[in-house]
Design a protein around this ligand. Structure first.
Ligand code: NOJ
Length: 523
């Protein structure tokens, strides 16, 4: 299982209120020995003016002083490796910061050699070149008064899009990848991996009719258009082929997983490449876009697995730094079912920091808001899912020093939902995750086995079988507020989300308590 560390919020080692790399290193024992994860995805820590909290990079080859130094990055990677943990880092392909020296040069004059490294166009009728809007709202183009042209930005005006149609950009960015692979990272989470290529004719997007289905969540102004021309142009696949070719020169180990916000499954699967020569995996966000009900989840799981190409491998996630906290998206009591679901599907699970504690979305008042997205629009702001990791009870939750001022408020649930308190409570969510991770480590069927829906499934029960050469298990999740008795064949309960001691044999029927999830081993 991968664990996503959002380093700004994980552990502050120097008392400035911002998490940092030495902070992450100091918690590696928690991650590897206490929780028991296999790998980390560490969100950006590169030099950055922090207008999008590190997703606006001004130097790809250095660490921002907020997070430490390059030596700290190397130490984190080495120390993780010593514990058998893999580390992947963000590779922000689509854009840089406007303060990156490449953009500073590009902007300086129309005939600068780096002009074409970004996307510069003349305006149309005194306005932007076309009607494309930024994911974060407002036009996707900003005018530069000095040179009288507009540059494109899929995100903030401080995040100008690189021009991936320019071979010099491709080479420079491949070098960035090489730099981090040389430093020892085990791969990349590729940011905005479907955004880099857009319609070469730059046609206007058609307006979306009011009832046009939203594939995912309410995105504000971005939803006013059908994104026919500014999203996922097929030329993007060539970029992924080049990137993969470069990564593969470092052996079979490094992993590439791309942030692909595409919900049409065949198109999503095309990012594996016809001969598996693109991303190792497109990120699978489907569960987060699915209504939390058994029929809907079942349909999603079956269709994702059906669409993963033969020989391909997928992943599952229920949270990240861009989404509402899991514990606030599912009904009370369902966090435990969510944990079993995430860790028992066929594919690599990705867990967002703090979700193992059940940390909830924190209300962040607008005067304390840090996210450039949303401003006062609470449902757009991502701050509430980025509050500091809760290590212990007390005013700073063990995140920063006693007089440190955390960059975002500490969640009000931290007195009960924190590592220290939960470790002492055998029935806590944290201990549930620990038991589950231990079970998954021991079970070939759960790790790599096939997946088949089980006939015990119903409107309120999600049941599936996982089977390897040597082992067969059935996972049964009771979403009902009543107990149920089901027929799943004989075996033995090896895991329950409610009762850590449960280990009863199953003969004529499996008894499930309300909202209980179990794993039954058949052999
Ligand atoms: C996706 C990242 O996950 C998000 O946090 C960021 O704001 C955008 N890409 C822009 O890099």
């Amino acid at each position: 299982m991968f664990y996503q560390v959002y380093p700004l919020s994980f552990k502050d080692s120097d008392g400035d209120g911002y998490g940092d790399l030495p902070g992450v290193t100091s918690k590696l024992d928690y991650l590897s020995n206490v929780l028991g994860v296999d790998a980390l995805w560490v969100s950006p820590f590169y030099s950055s003016p922090m207008t999008d909290w590190g997703y606006d990079i001004s130097d790809h080859r250095d660490v921002d002083p907020l997070f430490g130094t390059l030596v700290d990055a190397r130490t984190l990677i080495d120390e993780a490796h010593q514990r058998g943990l893999r580390v992947i880092v963000d590779y922000v392909m689509n854009h840089t910061s406007n303060l990156h020296p490449w953009f500073v040069e590009s902007r300086s004059s129309r005939d600068n050699p780096k002009r074409d490294w970004y996307v510069w166009r003349d305006g149309r009728d005194g306005g932007p070149p076309n009607n494309w809007v930024s994911v974060f709202s407002g036009p996707a183009w900003s005018e530069d008064e000095e040179t009288g042209q507009w540059y494109r930005h899929t995100y903030l005006p401080t995040q100008p899009d690189l021009n991936w149609r320019n071979p010099e950009v491709v080479e420079a960015m491949m070098d960035v990848g090489r730099f981090w692979l040389e430093l020892g990272v085990d791969g990349f989470r590729v940011d905005a991996a479907h955004q880099m290529m857009k319609d070469p004719k730059e046609r206007d997007n058609p307006p979306a009719p009011p009832d046009y289905p939203r594939p995912y969540k309410d995105m504000g102004e971005y939803d006013r258009f059908i994104h026919l021309y500014d999203f996922g142009h097929p030329d993007v696949h060539e970029i992924h082929r080049s990137f993969r070719k470069m990564v593969d020169t470092y052996g079979d180990d490094p992993l590439t997983i791309g942030e692909i916000h595409i919900f049409d499954l065949p198109e999503w699967a095309s990012y594996y490449g016809e001969s598996f020569d693109q991303l190792h995996m497109p990120f699978n966000f489907q569960l987060m876009a699915t209504e939390w009900s058994v029929p809907a989840l079942r349909a999603t799981i079956e269709s994702v697995l059906w669409n993963v190409p033969v020989g391909g491998w997928t992943n599952w996630t229920l949270g990240n730094h861009d989404e509402l906290r899991l514990a606030s998206r599912v009904p009370p009591g369902h966090e435990r079912l969510a944990a079993l679901l995430l860790l028992s599907l066929r594919g690599t699970p990705f867990l967002y920091y703090g979700d193992e504690l059940g940390m909830r979305q924190t209300f962040v008042p607008s005067e304390q808001s840090r996210d450039p997205w949303g401003g006062n629009v609470e449902w757009l702001s991502r701050d509430g899912a980025r509050t500091p990791m809760q290590w212990e009870p007390g005013p700073r939750a063990g995140f920063t020093s006693p007089d440190g001022e955390p960059w975002l408020p500490i969640g009000p649930d931290h007195e009960t939902l924190n590592v220290q308190t939960e470790l002492d409570d055998p029935s806590s969510l944290l201990n549930l995750y620990r038991r589950l991770l231990a079970l998954r480590r021991e079970s070939m069927a759960l790790r790599v086995g096939s997946f088949l829906s089980h006939p015990a499934s119903s409107e309120t029960v999600l049941a599936y079988r996982r089977e390897s050469d040597t082992e067969t298990v059935t996972v049964v999740l009771n979403f009902a507020f009543e107990g149920q008795t089901l027929s799943v064949g004989s075996g033995k309960v090896v895991f329950s989300t409610l009762d850590p001691e449960r280990a009863d044999p199953v003969k004529n029927g499996l008894e499930l308590a309300p909202l209980e999830g179990v794993v039954v081993a058949h052999r």
